[in-house]
Write a protein that binds this ligand. Structure first.
Ligand SMILES: Nc1ncnc2c1ncn2[C@@H]1O[C@H](COP(=O)(O)OP(=O)(O)OP(=O)(O)O)[C@@H](O)[C@H]1O
Length: 250
């Protein structure tokens, strides 16, 4: 590898088979992947290709059958579940299709909790929460319960929760998958904004139009990377990708 800084994420030889009721599902069949700081990478592919399984492996929510993962140059090989939980809080924010907010606590508590668990003082957690919710257009919703919010608002709360500890890596698994076109536009606009400020993002989506908002698109098929289309250094920066893409939806 070159002398530059370690990639935010580096995976080698990842394999994962699910054993359910029927035949084993060979969801991830040997994946090598590096994500550099500041990249916005989309992983796209048809339903059942193994995209979510890959994202769950990369976030430590599933263990690979074989292969290895490094985060910021640190090997995760010997991490226990408990260690993963601690490290994930600092290093990886995750947003899911169905938000996964804690339904019986307020918006404010949903966002502050991961900060407190990571060791922030109550004052710091509160400040971070206030800043993020304001940034995400959720002023005045602090005392609401998740169920009182629209899908788009809930996903913005989930985004605030994922980013409250300033993790180097944001993983997003079909974050617009349960949103209408307005919510989709909003969440993609926010991802793009955070990316422009330097956030490294790995987005899983079956929707090629949303994937085109990223600056590198990986096509995933049958558990393997079929294509990895990074923009070259000499390519002109993409502009208006998201609005161009999402106009299609209106
Ligand atoms: N927990 C599980 N138990 C058994 N099989 C599973 C499990 N999770 C996923 N699979 C199977 O693994 C394969 C890959 O699934 P995965 O959800 O990773 O694909 P995907 O590309 O994310 O699909 P989608 O876009 O529909 O979410 C599929 O055949 C799926 O049925």
């Amino acid at each position: 590898m070159s002398d530059g800084p370690a990639p935010v994420l580096h995976a080698e030889g990842l394999v994962k088979t699910h054993y359910g009721e029927g035949a084993p599902a060979h969801a991830v069949r040997g994946v090598d992947l590096s994500v550099t700081r500041g990249e916005f990478v989309a992983i796209t592919g048809p339903s059942g290709a193994g995209k979510s399984t890959l994202l769950h492996l990369l976030g430590g929510l599933l263990r690979p059958d074989s292969g290895r993962i490094e985060l910021d140059g640190v090997s995760t090989d010997n991490w226990s579940e408990a260690r993963w939980a601690v490290e994930r809080r600092k290093r990886i924010g995750i947003v899911f299709q169905f938000f996964n907010l804690v339904s019986n606590v307020s918006v404010a508590d949903n966002v502050e909790l991961p900060a407190l668990l990571a060791g922030a003082s109550p004052k710091k957690a509160r400040t971070e929460r206030e800043e993020l919710l304001a940034e995400l257009g959720l002023d005045g919703k602090e005392r609401s319960m998740p169920g009182e919010l629209s899908g788009g608002e809930q996903q913005r709360v989930a985004l605030a929760r994922a980013l409250v500890n300033h993790p180097p890596l944001l993983l997003a698994d079909e974050p617009a998958g349960s949103l209408d076109s307005k919510g989709t536009r909003e969440v993609m606009r926010l991802l793009s904004r955070f990316h422009q400020r330097g956030q490294t993002i790995l987005l899983v989506t079956h929707d090629a139009r949303l994937a085109s908002a990223a600056d590198r698109v990986i096509s995933f098929f049958d558990g393997r990377i079929a294509d990895d289309a990074a923009l070259t250094d000499t390519a002109p920066p993409r502009r208006g990708g998201i609005s161009g893409v999402l106009e299609l939806r209106d």
